[in-house]
Design a protein around this ligand. Structure first.
Ligand code: COA
Length: 391
């Protein structure tokens, strides 16, 4: 019998504040409908000064450890494109915060928003080599563009943690995937910059071309036929991007991309992203959790996954939910997580951004704002100090 490998558990976390984009629209001199309808974004998460990719990632992973313990976990793969250190892996801080044993391998991966998918595929390969072991995959990002730039409406923050194992309780990672890599300058962040350089319009057209190339590679490798997919999840820098990408995929496959067809295929995958904003590496998997939390029973029915990371790498693959997966979901908790964020005014958000450290400000102690279990209490001698508050 073939060994089934995939997602044994999946959990999400997001930041403390919620910025209603209706407050951002007048600052940009546009109608809110440009964001709400044109981009498909209503709210974006804004992190507190005592939150970062580590605290978000640990908060997502903690939910998995609380349910499954740490037994068998031998590797943490932490994917991010908003890294806090050019050398030290965020995974090492997470190993410490979660109290995982020192025998755990901890490493960070990067390729823009694609990094989480690279981590998932590498995790599956590690489990294939040692089926008794488990790998903790974390995708965690804070998307922040220059103030007053057009990218500001597509910011956000979230983390997704996945426990990858043999005989998974949520979904099997199907073995075929189609890949496309091309050296393009649509989005990049040199190490001396805190915000990315981005050619937004180019990034959309490159994303769409990458969908086509990755799908063709997937087809050539003998994946599922297009009609077999029960749902579709895309990387969502903004939720309308999923509609653009799915339109391209439908057309390639000779199907009419009518509004009812697009809604039927995509509505369930956008609920959380529309209210979190872009979460880079986590975004595709936030979309998957949204689909599982809101969709019909997908047991045994492949869900198409399209991962895109600017620069660019794209991958088309699928996951197939297994019997009983619905018992593993945290739909009520996820909805509460989003609803519990503290609303922030535009001025409050702008002050937070203006006060953000640029990395050379010396020692700092952050006020306690987050109500989460993990917080960044300060920076001393260029060392980040994290706290885990007992519950
Ligand atoms: N009501 C409804 N829709 C409206 C509207 C209104 N009042 N005003 C504008 N729109 C629509 C536009 O027609 C457009 O839709 P379309 O793309 O289907 O044509 C959409 O809103 C966005 O408008 P646009 O003028 O293109 O927005 P922008 O110049 O602010 O740029 C991004 C949008 C996404 C390019 C920009 O936010 C960005 O660079 N983001 C970061 C990079 C990114 O997310 N890239 C995605 C691929 S990785």
């Amino acid at each position: 019998m073939t060994l089934q490998i995939g997602i044994h558990d999946i959990a999400i976390a997001t930041g403390h504040y919620a910025l209603d984009l209706a407050l951002l629209a007048p600052v940009h001199g546009v109608d809110f409908d440009k964001f709400r309808v044109g981009l498909g974004q209503e709210v974006q998460t804004v992190v507190a000064p005592d939150e970062d990719i580590v605290t978000l990632g640990a908060a997502a992973a903690q939910q998995i450890l609380a349910r499954h313990g740490s037994e068998g976990i031998h590797t943490i793969l932490f994917a991010t494109e908003s890294g806090i250190d050019a050398s030290k892996a965020a995974a090492v801080y997470v190993q410490d915060l979660l109290g995982l044993p020192s025998t755990v391998r901890a490493v960070e991966l990067k390729q823009a928003c694609y990094g989480g998918t690279a981590a998932l595929q590498l995790a599956a390969a590690l489990v294939a080599r040692d089926p008794g072991g488990r790998v903790l995959v974390i995708a965690s990002d804070i998307a922040a563009y220059d103030l007053d730039s057009s990218g500001e409406s597509t910011q956000g923050a979230a983390a997704v943690a996945m426990l990858v194992s043999a005989e998974p309780a949520v979904a099997v990672l199907d073995p075929v995937s189609g890949v496309f890599t091309s050296n393009v300058m649509d989005f990049w962040r040199p190490t001396y910059r805190s915000t990315p350089r981005v050619d937004g319009k180019l990034s959309i057209s490159v994303y769409l071309d990458a969908v086509e190339h990755a799908w063709k590679d997937y087809e050539a490798k003998g994946g599922h036929s297009f009609t077999e997919f029960a749902a579709f999840c895309y990387h969502q820098p903004f939720t309308r991007m999923a509609y653009k990408a799915h339109t391209r995929l439908l057309e390639i496959n000779g199907c009419a991309a009518t509004p009812p067809r697009l809604e039927a295929d995509l509505a369930t995958t956008t609920h959380y992203n529309r209210r979190i904003g872009n979460s880079y590496t986590a975004s595709l998997y936030v979309g998957l959790v949204s689909s599982l939390d809101h969709g019909e029973d997908l047991t045994g029915r492949p869900v198409a996954m399209l991962s895109y990371g600017s620069g660019c790498v794209a991958e088309f693959f699928s996951v197939t939910p297994v019997a009983g997966y619905r018992d593993q979901l945290r739909a009520d908790a996820n909805r509460s997580l989003l609803a519990a964020r503290e609303p922030i005014t535009y001025d409050g958000y702008r002050q937070l951004r203006m006060r953000a450290r640029n990395g050379s400000d010396g020692d700092v102690a952050f006020d306690t704002v987050t109500t989460g279990r993990f917080r960044l209490s300060g920076v001393s001698d260029d060392k980040r100090i994290y706290l885990s508050l007992a519950r």
